[in-house]
Design a protein around this ligand. Structure first.
Ligand code: AMP
Length: 316
């Protein structure tokens, strides 16, 4: 049985075609509705026979609880690709902390509405069984080298293996021409680029800028778990990165780092890391190196909410 769920975005337009008894083409359908697929077989069938022949596909993988950051990736996809597909799947394989997984927000109805309003063509909303049908489907290892042992890799054991597992699965299902990722997850972008080269997959990776709240706080689904007081404090992470960047010409990184950590800890943060690293491979360095493309990266807890942010030194 076909398990397609149609969401009629501009219902009248759809009815118009039906009343005329004209068989609408997929392109016309895509302009008026968002299609939600829950099953791999169905989305693949649509990609094979429903998608207009030469239409390019842009793909935005997410874990839902959507915000402006996610939507900016969708907007970029709409600019570059003919059809934009967003997936929502909270991937258990990438959570090293069970309680973080349990507390991960999942406002699906709200997400669907946001995607409709923002012109998403297709939402892929698979169940865990669909992505990981058996234990074997979870047993794979990727050679990520240094990327797996520094920064996020060091503090979230197994996290990037889980990311690679789900991204390989999604890429194989959707076979997009373009893959849109946010620089908010700087290390993840490098990991996924490495995965793509490891599995020899052909897709253009487009890394999009970090979308921030007015306060400077990088938008994140986890921000929803911050209480009012924590929301006031959270933008300090951005301010710390900015301060280091602005003072880099006259100060050593080690001193700026020490001061920033002290200040943040005083505000109530528990710092996992605050590091300076080479943009290309995240090899950490102890000081600013003229002429090198460097990035400052931070991860810190505000009580039990873990936040990450980064700033490349050639921007802002
Ligand atoms: P997530 O749902 O957290 O797995 O994120 C899905 C995608 O959205 C990833 O490529 C993230 O890097 C990207 N993303 C999340 N937050 C932001 C943000 N504030 N600005 C830009 N991209 C973001």
């Amino acid at each position: 049985m076909v398990n397609w769920l149609f969401v009629f975005y501009r219902r009248q337009s759809y009815h118009f075609f039906r009343l005329c008894n004209a068989k609408p083409t997929a392109t016309i359908i895509l302009n008026v509705i968002m299609i939600i697929f829950k099953r791999i077989a169905d989305i693949q069938k649509w990609l094979q026979i429903g998608k207009p022949g030469k239409a390019t596909v842009g793909f935005v993988p997410t874990m839902g609880a959507l915000h402006e950051g996610h939507l900016s990736l969708l907007q970029q996809s709409k600019k570059q690709a003919d059809i934009s597909i967003v997936s929502i799947f909270i991937n258990p394989a990438q959570f090293d902390n069970k309680s973080d997984l349990e507390k991960y927000p999942s406002p699906v109805a709200k997400d669907i509405k946001l995607l409709e309003e923002n012109g998403c063509d297709i939402l892929f909303l698979p169940s865990e069984n669909e992505i990981y049908p058996d234990e074997k489907s979870k047993q794979k290892h990727y050679e990520l080298g240094n990327l797996e042992i520094v920064l996020e890799g060091k503090f979230r054991s197994g996290h990037f293996q889980g990311v690679c597992l789900v991204v390989e699965r999604l890429l194989t299902i959707i076979t997009p021409d373009f893959l849109f990722l946010g620089r908010k997850d700087f290390q993840q972008c490098l990991v996924i680029k490495r995965l793509i080269s490891l599995i020899k997959f052909e897709t253009d990776v487009v890394v999009c800028p970090i979308i921030r709240e007015q306060s400077g706080l990088a938008m994140s689904s986890r921000n929803q778990r911050l209480n009012e007081e924590q929301r006031e404090i959270a933008p300090e992470l951005f301010r710390a990165l900015k301060e280091i960047k602005e003072n880099r010409d006259h100060n050593q990184f080690s001193i700026l780092r020490k001061n920033a950590i002290k200040k943040l800890e005083h505000k109530g943060f528990k710092i996992d890391y605050l590091e300076l690293a080479k943009e290309k491979d995240l090899q950490t360095v102890s000081e600013f190196i003229p002429g090198q493309k460097l990035v400052i990266l931070i991860a810190a807890f505000l009580q039990n909410v873990r936040l990450i942010d980064n700033m490349i030194l050639s921007e802002y």
